[in-house]
Design a protein around this ligand. Structure first.
Ligand code: UDP
Ligand code: MG
Length: 307
C-alpha cells in the first residue's frame, strides 16, 4: 500500500485541484493507496471541502488536528498514522508537482533506494529565492549532514525509513534534517519548484526564520562555535590591550580618557549578551524537550472505519 501525506492550512482555494491532481498522479502507478490530508487547524472551509472530496474518493482520508501545530508537526502526524509500505510527503500548495511521485516510486521500487527526495533545481517565483539559497548554502557548511542542499519536505520513503523517522521523538522538529540524519540509501530527483497554485503562503517569513533556527540549532554546533571564536578573539585582543596598559602605566605616559574604558565595557558587555542569548536558546530547547508534550493532537480521524 502507498500513503501520500499532505498538510493543509487554510488552503480552501486549492483543495479541489490539489485532490484531483494528487489522485490522478497516484493512480498512475498504484490503485492500492491512501491520501492523508492533515488539516492543521484551518479556519476556512478547507475541512468541509476535504469532506466533500472524501464522499467521492474513500481512499482520501482526513486527519483533523485539534489546532494549528505547524507543518512539520502535521507531517509528523501523517508519518505516524500512514499505513503504507511506501510513504510520501508533499506540500499542499502544488509547489511540489504530484506527477513526480511516479518517478520516486519507481526509483524506490526498481533502483533499491530507501528514500527518494525531490531536489529543487530552480524555482519559479521570486519569493525568498535568495534567502532560501543562502540558507541552504550556509546550512550545508555548518552541519554534519550531507546531501541536504535544496531539498525540502517533498520525498518518498519505504517502511523501514518511515519507522526510523517516527522513532525520532524530539519536539522541535526539522524533518529534512531528521530524514538526512537517519541514513539509509538516499536518492534524489531534480525538479523545478512551481509557484504556489493559489492562496497566500502559510509559512510567513517569521515562521520560516524559526524553521531555519530550528535547523541550525538542532543539527550543528555553529552557534557555540561562534561564541567560542568571539570569546577567544576578545580575550586575545584584551590581553594585548592589558599589556599595553601596564606598559603605559609603568613608563608614565598613561593619560587614559574614558573612551578606552567605555569601549571595552561596551565590547565585553555585548559579547556577554550574545553568549547569554545563545545559552538561553539552548536552555529553552532543553526545556521544550523535557516537557515532552505530544507533537500534535488529533481531533478526528476520517477514515473508512470511523464514519
Ligand atoms: N502548512 C501547514 N501548517 C502551517 C503552515 C503551513 O500545514 O502552519 C502547510 C500549507 O498548507 C502547505 C504546506 O504546509 O500545504 C507548505 O506551506 P507554504 O506553502 O506556506 O510553505 P512554503 O512553500 O513557503 O515553504
Ligand atoms: Mg509553498
Amino acid at each position: 500500500m502507498f500513503s501520500l501525506i499532505i498538510p493543509v492550512y487554510n488552503e480552501e482555494d486549492l483543495i479541489d485541484e490539489l485532490a484531483s491532481r494528487a489522485i490522478n498522479a497516484v493512480e498512475s502507478f498504484t490503485s492500492n493507496y491512501e491520501i492523508l490530508f492533515i488539516n492543521d487547524g484551518s479556519t476556512d472551509s478547507t475541512l468541509r471541502k476535504l469532506i466533500k472530496v472524501r464522499k467521492h474518493f474513500s481512499k482520501v482520508k482526513i486527519v483533523d488536528l485539534s489546532r494549528n501545530f505547524g507543518h512539520q508537526a502535521a507531517f509528523t502526524a501523517g508519518l505516524e498514522i500512514a499505513m503504507g509500505n511506501y510513504v510520501a510527503m508533499m506540500d499542499g500548495d502544488l509547489q511540489d508537482p504530484p506527477e513526480l511521485l511516479a518517478e520516486m516510486h519507481r526509483m524506490i521500487n526498481e533502483e533499491g533506494f530507501d528514500i527518494v527526495t525531490g531536489k529543487r533545481k530552480g524555482r519559479k517565483g521570486k519569493r525568498l529565492r535568495i534567502t532560501t539559497n543562502l540558507f541552504h548554502a550556509f546550512f550545508k557548511k555548518i552541519t554534519v549532514l550531507d546531501d541536504m542542499e535544496n531539498s525540502g519536505n517533498f520525498s518518498m520513503l519505504n517502511r523501514a525509513a518511515v519507522d526510523a523517522l517516527v522513532k525520532m521523538k524530539e519536539t522541535i522538529r526539522y524533518l529534512p534534517g531528521l530524514r538526512s540524519f537517519i541514513g539509509f540509501n538516499q536518492g534524489f530527483v531534480e525538479y523545478v519548484r512551481e509557484e504556489r497554485a493559489g492562496g497566500e503562503p502559510k509559512m510567513t517569513i517569521g515562521k520560516l526564520m524559526l524553521l531555519g533556527a530550528d535547523a541550525i540549532f538542532s543539527f550543528s554546533k555553529f552557534p557555540i562555535k561562534v561564541c567560542l571564536v568571539l570569546g577567544l578573539t576578545g580575550t586575545i585582543v584584551f590581553m594585548f590591550a592589558g599589556i599595553y596598559v601596564l606598559f603605559a602605566k609603568s613608563f608614565g605616559f598613561a593619560l587614559f580618557g574614558w573612551s578606552s574604558t567605555v569601549l571595552s565595557i561596551y565590547f565585553l558587555g555585548s559579547i556577554q549578551l550574545i553568549f547569554l542569548g545563545v545559552v538561553s536558546e539552548y536552555v529553552y530547547r532543553i526545556y521544550k524537550e523535557s516537557q515532552n508534550r505530544p507533537i500534535y493532537l488529533v481531533k478526528k480521524f476520517y477514515d473508512t472505519d470511523t464514519e
